[in-house]
Design a binder for this molecule. Structure first.
Ligand SMILES: C[S@@+](CC[C@H](N)C(=O)[O-])C[C@H]1O[C@@H](n2cnc3c(N)ncnc32)[C@H](O)[C@@H]1O
Length: 249
């Protein structure tokens, strides 16, 4: 008899899932608890193990749980080059999740500064470019993100399209759907603080390589469908990868 398929949010125990840019690993741990076994998951962070344990005291329990449930945990995974990571380069995923990506906090920059917005856009561009090659047939890239100003200036959909991806669906993100998830600010300065989420303004955008339908659904508490056909005539791929930004000051 096959194993029972278990679901939480958009995620199933039968999906091969890669999580990148994890904070204290509480989102990964939440999925692992729901699935019971986390052998289908690879959970990663940009930071070293020492840094994670120092910056996020709560990570220790989450990491223990992930390992107990069979999740592969990898440290120092940079989304700029993750497709060349020794362990990841031969793996394919049904879902790649980056929750609340952020290029870091800098003493001299605030979120509305064009310079910081550009750093966020570089990060996302590089992420989409490396993630697209790591998808299995029909796989999806999920980015949860604030859509209010100035976060809307990142122009997520446009960045994904430049990497040859299409927005399939945009779904309201409700943190309470993921018990135990504590979203983190990350980024070197006061990393353990919460990255502020305003419930009404957070969405999970789901991107895929194939243009499955001529309609994109945008769902929130009242589901509505909008017609918005992305077209990329003459798309030639992402040609000029940016250099990773320097670490936070
Ligand atoms: C606002 S925090 C969100 C953390 C976590 N995903 C959450 O939801 O709690 C942004 C995260 O992006 C990660 N990040 C920034 N640049 C990255 C990169 N080049 N590769 C991987 N992760 C990165 C940071 O380490 C940080 O943990």
């Amino acid at each position: 008899m096959g194993k029972k398929q278990r679901w939480i949010g958009h995620y199933s125990s039968s999906h091969k899932i890669l999580l990148v840019g994890e904070g204290d690993f509480s989102f990964s741990a939440c999925l692992a608890r729901a699935f019971r076994s986390a052998a289908n998951m690879v959970a990663t962070t940009l930071e070293s193990e020492d840094t994670i344990l120092t910056e996020h005291f709560s990570s220790e329990a989450h990491l223990e749980e992930l390992e107990r449930r069979g999740c592969l945990v990898l440290y120092e995974v940079n989304v700029y080059v993750m497709d060349r990571h020794p362990t990841l380069k031969s793996m394919k995923f049904d879902v790649i999740i980056f929750n609340f990506p952020h290029a870091g906090h800098y003493h001299r920059l605030i979120e509305t500064d064009e310079e910081l917005i550009e750093l966020h856009r570089h990060l996302l561009k590089a992420f989409f470019k490396s993630a697209r090659g790591m998808l299995s047939e029909g796989g999806e890239i999920h980015v949860s993100h604030r859509v209010d100003y100035p976060y809307d200036q990142w122009k997520l959909k446009e960045l994904a399209e430049k990497a040859g991806l299409f927005l399939k669906e945009k779904v309201w993100f409700d943190k309470s759907d993921y018990p135990g998830y504590h979203n983190k600010r990350g980024g070197g300065i006061q990393s353990n603080k919460t990255f502020p989420l305003t419930n009404k303004e957070c969405y999970t955008s789901k991107f895929s390589l194939k243009h499955a339908s001529s309609e994109i659904s945008v769902c929130n508490s009242t589901t509505s469908i909008v017609s918005d056909v992305p077209s990329l005539p003459g798309y030639q791929g992402y040609i000029c990868p940016p250099a990773p930004p320097s670490p936070p000051l």
